[in-house]
Design a protein around this ligand. Structure first.
Ligand code: GUN
Length: 295
């Protein structure tokens, strides 16, 4: 059985970031301005702290103006809303990202809806969701993980995905639904499968393109993958790894990677696949927002 091509998300993300760095440098040279990103973290969730630190560092490495707001877990909803309003009005900020999840006493959707749609670099505002769904991608800001997954697909399969069958496993607002919208706009024949889908293995087996975003470790088995299919694994799951020692863990995706290698034509690894693309696409969105806002 031939082995699948492993899609190097780290290398592709680095090439995207290099392009962003070059564009930021020429913007600075011609206008004296930098794209500005504000990242807001409420509380001390360790995973969120890592994500926010990585986003802040990536922005600086791209030559952006980057501001990190870290607020205590007991910050009132009113104070978070006031900060978002301030960032909405700040001329040197073009992208606003509020790290999720927010503490339970804060209404997430109220906060996300207050972010100016043209600064909403997560693409979670209903205006951006609507623009993407309506096929007006060029005026929307698209959520970073699905946007990055699409870049990986195009770098692997070429720019034209038209006519291919795609199954998206997972129906979240952050990944599954926007991914399905993007693939539909690429003229794929799209199925959204989820935890209630009947005969899931057969549904997955029908697809040329599989995007796995269910958040369940290695749920999608190798023999569910059609021979030669392209597999994008969005899952990042930490599982116990007793073979590495007591209390050790490892990261795995939603796809049983080793098994899938014998079936897929190409597949993203975890880590090193979709993960690095997400932050690269946040930089792309921040630069896009800055370009539109600077006029
Ligand atoms: N938490 C987990 N993923 C994300 C994301 O893509 N954006 C934000 N803002 N928070 C997250």
């Amino acid at each position: 059985m031939p082995q699948a091509q492993i899609i190097d998300g780290k290398a592709i993300a680095e090439s995207v970031r290099e392009e962003i760095r070059n564009r930021a440098a020429s913007l600075l040279e011609t206008t004296g301005k930098r794209p500005g990103l504000a990242v807001v973290l409420v509380g001390e969730d360790p995973a969120s702290q890592v994500y926010v630190r990585n986003k802040d560092r990536a922005a600086e490495a791209c030559g952006f103006h980057s501001v990190k707001h870290t607020l205590p877990a007991d910050t009132s909803e009113a104070d978070v809303l006031a900060l978002v309003s301030e960032l909405n009005d700040a001329d040197d900020i073009h992208g606003i990202l509020v790290q999720l999840p927010l503490p339970g006493h804060i209404d997430e959707s109220k906060v996300l809806r207050l972010i100016r749609p043209d600064k909403d670099v997560d693409g979670f505002h209903p205006i951006n969701v609507g623009l993407l769904t309506a096929g007006e991608r060029d005026s929307a800001l698209v959520p970073c993980t699905p946007a990055g997954s699409l870049v990986l697909l195009k770098r692997t399969l070429g720019e034209t995905l038209s006519g291919k069958s795609a199954v998206v496993v997972g129906r979240s607002n952050i990944v599954g639904k926007p991914m399905a919208s993007l693939l539909l706009q690429e003229s794929c024949t799209v199925t959204i499968a989820h935890s209630r889908t009947r005969d899931l293995p057969d549904v997955v087996r029908s697809a040329n393109i599989v995007v796995a975003a269910v958040g369940r470790p290695e749920m999608i088995k190798g023999d569910w993958i059609k021979d030669g299919a392209t597999v994008i694994d969005v899952g990042i799951n930490r599982i116990p790894a007793p073979d590495l020692g007591p209390d050790k863990t490892r990261l795995v995706g939603d796809v049983a990677f080793e098994e899938a290698l014998g079936h897929a034509g190409a597949i993203t690894p975890v880590p090193g696949g979709v993960g690095p693309m997400t932050i690269a696409m946040l930089m792309v969105n921040t630069q896009t927002a800055a370009r539109r806002l600077m006029g």
